[in-house]
Design a protein around this ligand. Structure first.
Ligand code: GLN
Length: 536
């Protein structure tokens, strides 16, 4: 077992998660089994209850863990699936330590950060690596943060325990470019590494995030001041087109060679052909272009719909076409009408969401897509929106709604799940994780998946109200997918429409550039068809 730890210096948002993912991808091209995980120093138990303004998207795993969005990068860049043990927070550690203390497990000892908290962190490290050749662990936050200290201390101890030759420390840092001076500056990185060395961690590799190419002189300087071999000073420029260029860029810098050498791993040369083809399709697609509107309420936030945007890019790879995404604020549709924002788009996607802000705008967007035969993909809340719209405008159920937005509606076509009725705690209490879904033969989704039984990940409290099922079906809304155990409606499709599909689950959590999700592919394929037809 080999261990790689990735820390960050100088500023946050350096793209440590992407670097970790890309490194994992690179090692996989050398036939190594890799797992990537994240330790987050904040005190929340998980990010499930955090606002998108604070934390971006909550990424859900098969086992139902609500995790940091970096786990999404890890799963997209590499092949292994992750579990709840791969996203550890200080909140989880302290919760566990305090439970043990209350039980009396510490036998009267004073409970302290060292060794009790650090022991807990190390125990999680030992448990997480089973079955892989290399375990990559990213430490959230920036070196120098008070809350990150116990983690760094635990890593220092850990490397001593498993032997230094089995551990590699990679420090991702920023070289700021000073326009006035016309140069990149190395001092913040020097100081950040000094901070790490103070704790007893000497980085083996320095990954330098930069807008401008580094000179040899700078590499020398960083090598000397940071006590890192010159060939281990790696340049990581901003990507030009897509994050999926990153494995290729790091390979060019010799990153994989360096890592296997330093860890003494015997691995074949890397085979980059798959990544080359992914990047070729992203940069110069041969099959035309389509425009997809994503209608949401967090459209200004880079990270709130991360996996959705990534999945659309993957579907571009799958269709060998360019996908341009138009981010539309659902409240602006309430103000100006759907036509003003959606005319000319080739597809409308409504992602998941909570709370009633912007809901009516989303309903208008669904109506516009249905009436104008524009391909529509509703995900979780987006499926519920399609159902509400159909109820109001096709079934004529005036004021139909989800009980989430109006508890007193006469027609609660979306209703709270029975098991959710008495739940008060907000943390980790939704219907979460992977469940089976049976598809109806002859539907669009059956065609897309090419099979009748699928598994997808969930995160919701409300569901399609089966009391209305017959009325919907009689009016042309097909129930295309069912959870067999609970007879829960998971997929609806509008008959007679080119492609209007709503799914209660989150397909965006299972899409990868190397394996674009079938539903995203089918949706983008339909949008492409529409785009081509409109140009004729
Ligand atoms: N708010 C809705 C529910 O809880 C949809 C959730 C979602 O879109 N993730 O059912």
């Amino acid at each position: 077992m080999k261990y790689i730890f990735i820390t960050g210096g100088v500023v946050s948002s350096l793209g440590k998660g992407l670097t970790s993912g890309a490194l994992g991808a690179l090692l996989e091209t050398r036939n190594l089994k890799v797992r990537i995980q994240k330790f987050d120093p904040y005190l929340n138990v998980d990010p499930g209850t955090m606002s998108p303004f604070q934390h971006g998207e909550v990424y859900v795993l098969d086992d139902g863990a609500e995790t940091d969005l970096d786990l999404g990068h890890y799963e997209r860049f590499t092949h292994g699936k992750l579990s709840r043990f791969n996203n550890l927070t200080s909140g989880q550690i302290y919760e566990h330590v305090l439970q043990k203390e209350r039980r009396g497990d510490y036998l009267g000892k004073t409970v302290q950060v060292i060794p009790h908290v650090t022991n807990e962190i190390k125990a999680r490290m030992y448990a997480a690596g089973e079955g892989v050749d290399v375990l990559i662990t990213e430490i959230g936050g920036t070196v120098g943060d008070i809350e990150g200290l116990p983690f760094l201390e635990a890593l220092r101890q850990f490397s001593l325990e498993v032997g230094k030759s089995n551990v590699l420390f990679i420090h991702v840092t920023l070289l700021p470019y000073l326009r006035a001076a016309g140069e990149l500056k190395t001092k913040p990185s020097q100081q950040s590494v000094a901070k790490l060395r103070e704790i007893g961690i000497q980085p083996d590799i320095l990954v330098c995030r930069t807008e401008e190419p580094m000179t040899d002189g700078m590499r020398q300087k960083l090598s000397m001041f940071c006590n890192v071999e010159q060939k281990a000073v790696i340049e990581e420029m901003d990507v030009k087109h897509s994050i999926y260029e990153l494995p290729l860029m790091l390979a060019q810098e010799g990153m994989d060679k360096l890592v296997v050498e330093k860890l003494g791993i015997n691995a074949p040369e890397s085979d980059m052909s798959a990544w080359n083809s992914i990047v070729r399709r992203l940069i110069s697609p041969k099959g035309g272009e389509c425009r997809i509107a994503v209608v949401g309420k967090y459209i200004d936030l880079q990270d709130a719909y991360k996996s959705i945007y990534e999945s659309l890019a993957h579907a571009g790879i799958g269709n060998d076409c360019k996908v341009s995404v138009l981010r539309v604020d659902s409240e602006s549709i309430e103000r100006d009408g759907a036509e003003a924002h959606l005319s000319g788009v080739d597809g409308v996607l409504i992602p998941g969401g909570f709370g009633d802000r912007g809901i009516e705008g989303k309903i208008l967007a669904a109506k516009y897509a249905r009436e104008n035969n524009i391909p529509y993909f509703g995900i979780c809340l987006g499926m519920q929106i399609a159902v509400i719209e159909y109820a109001r405008n096709v079934l004529g159920l005036d004021g139909a709604n989800s009980a989430e937005f109006n508890d007193n509606t006469l027609y609660p076509v979306i209703t709270i799940m029975d098991e959710q009725k008495n739940i008060v705690d907000k943390g980790a209490t939704m219907r979460l994780g992977s469940y089976e879904c049976r598809l109806l033969k002859g539907t669009k989704v059956y065609d897309a998946y090419g099979e009748g039984v699928i598994r997808e990940r969930h995160r919701h409290r409300y569901e399609f109200n089966n009391a209305y099922r017959k009325r919907f079906e009689d009016a042309g809304l097909r129930i295309a997918g069912i959870n067999p155990k609970r007879d829960l409606v998971e997929i609806v499709e509008v008959s007679g429409h080119p492609w209007m599909v709503g799914v209660q689950f989150h397909p965006e959590f299972q899409s990868k550039p190397s394996r674009p999700h079938p539903l995203f592919c089918a949706f983008v394929g339909q949008a492409l068809k529409r785009s081509k037809a409109s140009k004729k």
